[in-house]
Design a protein around this ligand. Structure first.
Ligand code: GLP
Length: 244
């Protein structure tokens, strides 16, 4: 079993470039690989780098398949703050990936339980996630798996904590517009990925980085479960690694 690998770099851009190296290697080894993708500010330098590398000819997305971690409940796919729209704008529209090969949970399902079960089925039918990208919330959430008493296994609906809604309100006109619920892959879904890369940047993430990787494994800090995964690379900038 490999040990958790921690890489500390100087800037968020460097973190993105190091993560892009892992993506490049996985795609080169398996052009039709399944990538688990994330939203938020943290992955942006990585997505810019992936777009640049496809333009430069070192990566090819034509056969790649993707599954996103999560989506807000109640937002249409074309809503400016939906995660589907985020992925189109920051990655999919700029690379050769086929739309039918990209999955983001539906924010407005007629039957939420059926949608969540179908999401898990798609991942399984595609042969599982080869490489899962993660970042971390200030309370240790991954995807939208918030601190709880147990680790949720499968894709499910969650109520967002006030801390998460506060952190994400910067993208909306006011806190009232931030959805109160979301759909997210479960911790079990994430832990089944063959390989995981977590990017953490910024001084505001230093405390939770310490708690997740130097503290006990507990569902109160969902990211701490990664200590038990056999192939995790954590790429931090100096600011996020300050307390390690
Ligand atoms: C959201 C997403 C998470 C992400 C987190 C951190 O809540 N659902 O997947 O990790 O934000 O975002 P940021 O990278 O902007 O700090």
């Amino acid at each position: 079993m490999k040990r958790l690998k921690m890489i500390v770099v100087n800037t968020p851009e460097e973190a993105g470039a190091r993560a892009a190296d892992v993506f490049e290697a996985v795609i080169a080894a398996k052009p039709e690989c399944v990538l688990g993708l994330a939203t938020g500010t943290t992955p942006l330098p990585l997505y810019r780098e992936l777009i640049a590398r496809e333009k430069a000819g070192t990566i090819r997305f034509a056969e790649v398949r993707t599954v996103n971690l999560d989506e807000y409940k109640g937002l249409q796919p074309n809503h400016p703050q939906s995660y589907r729209r985020f992925m189109q704008e920051h990655l999919f529209d700029h690379v050769s990936i086929k739309t039918e090969n990209t999955c983001v949970p539906c924010g407005l399902p007629e039957n939420p339980d059926a949608m969540c079960a179908a999401y898990e089925d798609t991942i399984e039918r595609w042969g599982g996630i080869d490489l899962q990208l993660l970042s971390i919330g200030h309370d240790g959430h991954v995807g939208f798996n918030e601190p709880e008493d147990t680790f949720p296994m499968y894709t499910h609906e969650v109520q967002l904590t006030e801390m998460t809604r506060e952190a994400n309100k910067r993208f909306f006109d006011s806190i009232d517009e931030v959805p109160t619920a979301a759909f997210t892959m479960g911790i079990g879904t994430i832990m089944k990925a063959r390989k995981i890369v977590m990017i953490i940047t910024g001084a505001d993430k230093a405390d939770i980085t310490y708690a997740a990787f130097c503290g006990p494994v507990t569902p109160k800090v969902p990211a701490s479960i990664l200590q038990f995964h056999p192939d995790v690379t954590v790429i931090c900038d100096k600011a996020a690694a300050a307390k390690l």
